[in-house]
Design a protein around this ligand. Structure first.
Ligand SMILES: Nc1ncnc2c1ncn2[C@@H]1O[C@H](COP(=O)(O)OP(=O)(O)OP(=O)(O)O)[C@@H](O)[C@H]1O
Ligand SMILES: [Mg+2]
Length: 594
């Protein structure tokens, strides 16, 4: 808790003056609250009872009605003053809370963008969304509904005790008898609420993940008519969340009920002892009224503290979930070297590289490979052989589990990640278009590109005609007003994006898998033109693409099974030749893709 408290204080630090302002308000509000029952007490004791006011010498000679009128006016002023103070306080505290939430969200989002793909492949998107949008509110709850009310209650409690003790120390002591009991109850209940709140959060998160998954895969759900099953799954998760929240409300309700019971018993005891004192003549009626008013208020702060504590207990879970993300160290430590301004030469080498996503299953094993600048290397192999993984290592999406990857003779871990990634243009699997304009989509990797350069890239990727046919051409927003793209169009858009980026290393992961043979041939011409002199990797399943490479690698179960030029591989009559004969040859003859 102390660790979490420190982190929350860290969130307050940028707004410390606002926080100090809120504290000052709290102090003033407490002073007003302590003053509030005084006019009534004076009306009863001095106006009605004729008792002189000890701190107002000569008050017994004042005209009674005027004194009553003045006291009533004072009462109104006190209430108005405390109302105004509350308004200012709320404005300050809400501003403080909202700013803290905003900061925390920004930090979370920025941090999530920096964490590696290895991290993201372990996380559920819905869970992360929940942490950013909902859990981040916990810092506001903890400060606004937790810390500040507790401080306010402590100040108020201290103020009332200061007034009560001189009047009747015994009665004050009686009012405090239930406090240890209350504190004991707080701890017992909080422990229970803590566990129940954690379960509730987790089940909420499950629902988020399920909805996210369901919405992103809606087409598949409908295609397989799995709506009912998905609905059942959702209802199960939603039902679990409902149950967890009902349990949480039950415990929170039980908590307030028990606390209220204890408070009522305490009040009864004080009224009884106070009434006895008035009968004995040791306490005035006005003082008993003052006491009972304070008593009702004395339990407000104590109650407030206990309830705030409950809120803090619930919010702690959310806050902890946020800080857990912030404390996840980026598992890709950044290097310090930069590539020269003219870019990398493009020599890439894998030395004894092994990689595994999960400890028990090696995906790549003992990869040794050197690619010279300007070479074009084609990768073929069965699905799941590790092709995408092998190429992902170049951009440090992951670090190898064993061995190292070098660019221009230097271990890539020594380069700054940004500088390294700037050397690589990628067409990734599956193709992705952003909800931006078509022009911004193509210029995603090179925002300073001119419209002419964007058009040229689109032309080379053979997507120019399609774009020009859109209602607003290059300015059409993707996904709006008819600007929807088929898989093949998306692929060509991502190819245009990679071509425009114009980096010395090009990684094309099945860039043309959704294109017909004729379009593919045209697109490949464009790619060829722009990849001259660049180190290019292309994963492909089609002979026409594979054949033009300087070198072909056949990947099988995470190892390089064969490597050489097309004619070399055909000559040695191994895996590639078999693949060619069963898969590529008919495709070449009929020009129909695999
Ligand atoms: N994020 C991940 N977490 C765990 N395992 C993964 C992850 N990505 C890929 N894998 C596994 O690693 C292996 C290699 O995957 P990879 O994507 O490199 O194959 P590939 O050769 O590119 O296949 P394809 O031709 O289907 O694209 C597969 O068995 C896959 O299940
Ligand atoms: Mg792949």
């Amino acid at each position: 808790m102390s660790g979490l408290g420190g982190k929350i204080l860290g969130c307050i630090r940028p707004y410390r003056w606002r926080f100090v302002g809120a504290l000052a308000q709290i102090f003033l509000i407490s002073v007003f609250a302590v003053l509030e029952p005084w006019p009534l007490r004076l009306v009863i004791d001095t106006v009605l009872g004729g008792k002189p006011v000890d701190f107002l010498p000569g008050s017994e000679t004042w005209p009674k009605l005027w004194l009553a009128a003045a006291l009533c006016a004072a009462l109104v002023l006190i209430v108005l003053g405390s109302g105004a103070l509350n308004l200012v306080y709320n404005w300050l505290a809400i501003g403080l809370g909202q700013r803290m939430v905003n900061d925390l969200r920004a930090r979370l989002y920025a941090h999530l963008q920096r964490l590696s793909l290895a991290f993201h492949s372990r996380q559920k998107v819905g869970d992360l969304m929940m942490r950013i949008t909902a859990d981040s509110f916990a810092v506001q709850t903890m400060v606004m509904n937790g810390l500040l009310p507790i401080l306010q209650s402590i100040v108020m409690l201290a103020g009332m005790l200061l007034v009560m003790i001189p009047i009747d120390p015994l009665l004050t002591a009686v009012s405090l008898t239930v406090v240890p009991l209350l504190i004991g109850l707080i701890f017992v209940f909080n422990r229970k609420i803590d566990t129940v709140a954690t379960t509730a959060r987790d089940t909420d998160s499950q629902v988020y993940s399920l909805v996210h998954w369901g919405m992103t895969s809606i087409k598949h759900v409908q295609a397989f008519t799995k709506e009912d099953e998905e609905h059942r799954r959702f209802m199960a998760a939603s039902g679990a969340a409902l149950h967890a929240h009902r349990l949480l409300y039950f415990w929170q309700g039980a908590y307030s009920g028990v606390i209220n019971g204890v408070v009522a018993a305490g009040s009864a005891l004080v009224i009884f002892v106070g009434a006895r004192d008035v009968l004995n003549g040791t306490l005035s009626v006005g003082e008993l009224v003052l006491f009972t008013t304070y008593l009702a208020r004395l339990y407000v702060p104590v109650n407030q503290i206990t309830q705030s504590w409950g809120l803090i207990a619930g919010a702690r879970i959310g806050a902890a979930r946020c800080f857990e993300i912030l404390e996840t160290e980026p598992d890709l430590p950044d290097g310090t070297l930069d590539f020269p301004p003219e870019g990398a030469k493009g020599r890439i080498e894998w030395q004894g590289v092994g990689f595994r996503y999960r400890a028990d299953t090696p995906v790549l094993r003992g990869i040794g490979l050197a690619v010279e600048p300007g070479q074009t290397v084609a990768l073929v192999g069965a699905t799941g052989a590790g092709k995408s993984t092998l190429l992902g290592l170049i951009a440090r999406f992951f670090d190898p589990t064993e061995g190292r990857v070098l660019v221009d003779g230097v271990d890539i871990r020594q380069y700054r990640i940004k500088s390294l990634r700037r050397q690589v243009s990628m067409v990734l699997q599956p193709p992705l278009v952003f909800p931006l304009s078509v022009a911004d989509n193509i210029a995603y990797g090179r925002p300073d590109a001119t419209r002419e350069q964007i058009r040229e890239a689109a032309r080379l990727a053979r997507i120019d005609r399609m774009i020009e046919g859109l209602p607003q051409g290059y300015d059409s927003l993707v996904g709006e007003a008819g600007a929807t793209f088929s898989e093949g169009e998306k692929q060509r858009l991502t190819i245009a994006r990679a071509l425009l980026r114009d980096s010395p290393i090009l990684v094309l992961d099945e860039p043309t898998s959704a294109l017909d043979a004729e379009t593919e041939a045209l697109v490949m011409q464009g790619i060829d033109r722009l990849t001259r002199g660049k180190t290019t990797f292309i994963i492909a399943h089609r002979l026409s693409t594979v054949r033009r490479a300087d070198r072909i690698l056949v990947l099988k179960d995470g190892i390089i099974a064969e490597s050489g030029s097309f004619s070399d591989l055909m000559r040695c009559n191994g895996l590639f030749a078999t693949l060619y004969n069963t898969q590529f040859a008919p495709a070449e003859e009929t020009q129909i893709g695999v």
